[in-house]
Design a protein around this ligand. Sequence first.
Ligand code: NOJ
Length: 738
Amino acid sequence: MDKKDLLKLAAEMTLEEKALQMTQLSPDMLYHLAPANLTGPLREWRFEDEELWKVGSTLGPLGASYLKKLQKDYLERSGKKIPLLFMSDVIHGYVTIMPIPLAQGCTFDPELTEEAAAAVAKESAVSGLHVTFSPMADLVRDPRWGRVMESCGEDPYLNGVMAAATVRGYQGRDPREKGKIASCVKHFAAYGQPEGGREYNTVDMSRGVLRDFYLPAYEAAIRAGAAMVMTSFNTVERTPATCSRFLLRKVLREEWGFDGVVISDFSAVEELMNHSVAADDLEAGEKSIHAGMDIEMMSGVYAGTLRRLLEQGRITQQEIDECVMRILELKNRLGLFENPYKDADEQEEQRLLYCGEHLELARRFARESMVLLKNQSALPIEPSAKIGLAGPFACTGNILGGWHCEGKPERTETLQHALETVCGDRMVTAMSTHFIRGEKDVPDQVEEAVERLKDCDICIAAVGEPEWETGEASSKTCLRLSASQEKLIHALKAAGKKVVTVIFSGRPLDIAPVLEDSDAVLQAWFPGSAGAGAAADILLGKYNPSGRLSMSFPRNVGQIPVYYNYYNTGRPAAAKADNYVSRYLDCPNSPLFPFGYGLSYTTFACEGLQVEQTAQGGERCACETGRAGDRAVCTASVRVSNRGERSGETVVQLYIRDVSASVVRPMTELKAFRRISLEPGEEAQAAFTVTEDMLSFYNEEEQWAWEPGAFEIMVGLDCEHVEKKEIFVPARTGGLEE
Ligand code: NOJ
């Protein structure tokens, strides 16, 4: 349809049709069924039957035959024949489940992330989906918050690169194409910083912090073309994001030029009343409309108030029409007016869902995402060793992670099976206890386990947290392993065993208490459908681990939030030994394991940093953040070598620090990275171009600019171990056109 026809269609719609076009419900509700798989409160609904069949979009259940029938029924009933839009939470896989996003961040591999998102899009598209509520670009620093699993971590740049790759994977060049879906980036904005890590809690931060850390990843996703944006539940600067004109009108639409659809989170429009910024539903509707919030998810405020608001002159027809046009344009962009079923296809579902190719991709992705945190000559396991396996993750397929959609734990390979396939009777398994919902711990069978594994040379403790303690509404104040899991590790060590601790979790846990008694620690996260095979590949040495932490590990919960890109204080701890510095009495400031950290079975060195400044106002170059008119400032290069005996991949990381600026700047900021693969004894140069854009930040006037002066350029294999050089970048004195 061309724009003219869309405008004509919009002009013919009644006010009621418009309000319902701007409303999203579960598809099951249209058939008077109890909504399935929903992640929010259900209320009494005020919709009449006829109204239900006019809502513009649905969220939740998928499946080609169900959605085809629904679309057909809908179009038969609908006067205007505007197709329904199907949205859902396909977060890290539809049936083939990829590692959780926090683990994806640890790959530092946007190409693989894009490839995986493309596979996820194919499975979703043939199952009838049009839009996925992903990626989640919320920056996270507090592992008490359960949703850190859905983020790519604590760094704005890494988060942005991964969010953009995910959007490209889902949408391709055009979401209308076969096998593509539209992407809805969420939760705009700053949902990742709830006070105290408590779900849905207030977010309050300075605008500078918001700009420095929290906004860039959403922006990157939008620059990559994300078709939709979901608002967050929280407040930002005392206004709930769902009705924030600053966020939705100024930042999103004016500054970033976003012209796609904005949707609220689940019943967030109605929740404006709980936030005490709306006295009644009229005010909730009015404020959301003024902010340009196009679709209301799972509450009926728009449907119930738009007419009255218009009659009372509290909103304008133009405001409504703008929302409606954006929704119609999205439907058009997806080609739904020509083909309302898009790619829904039962036969293709048979062929694609959980196919060998996708499982193989999921295995590669999971392997790259696991992080080897410690290794004292325990891994890889010797080919002849007798291996013991114990712990609640030994024999379970519950390793997919929260939001695993149609992933099936019962057909997911277990670690026991994956190891046995290779090791046969060299494997002994003990204590296949499982977490039980509502129970604090797995049954304590530690003594039996130690007895059963007494003849093993090496013991794997497969431990972690249950899946349901991660994701939405899963905040915790204690991040330690449960008592019996810690006891298992201590008991195996006390029995003289080499202990390999493999951790399945959706967040960095507080693992300090088991670190000493673990000879090796592999952070496996929730690795998805092929995660057990991937872990076995690493444990048995078929794959050399290469994952790097996307989020710092705390030394204890009291240290949270602990993250690498902090601002300096006036009394930095390292400067003096005396008491009046910024530190704790009982714990260092540094994390247990820092951002960017991860071991491998070989030894990589990164040295000989050379920094060459480019002639002033240097050449224009492709800018990693996609901003126009960027210019090179210097090039930085290092020699990376593999000094060990195994081939492997490492991640070379470039950080900068603005030594003195008009406002405080982070002590270290990731600006670029490269994954490099090296054979034993091989060397390579890793070269980076540092650009003006990389030196820029939002100043007090909220302008994006860089300031002349000294900068530190740092390169290393994690954020703490870097070589650095200082450069002085003078003010640009013209010479090149703006
Ligand atoms: C609430 C969650 O916050 C959001 O991430 C999700 O997309 C919606 N529910 C829809 O399920």
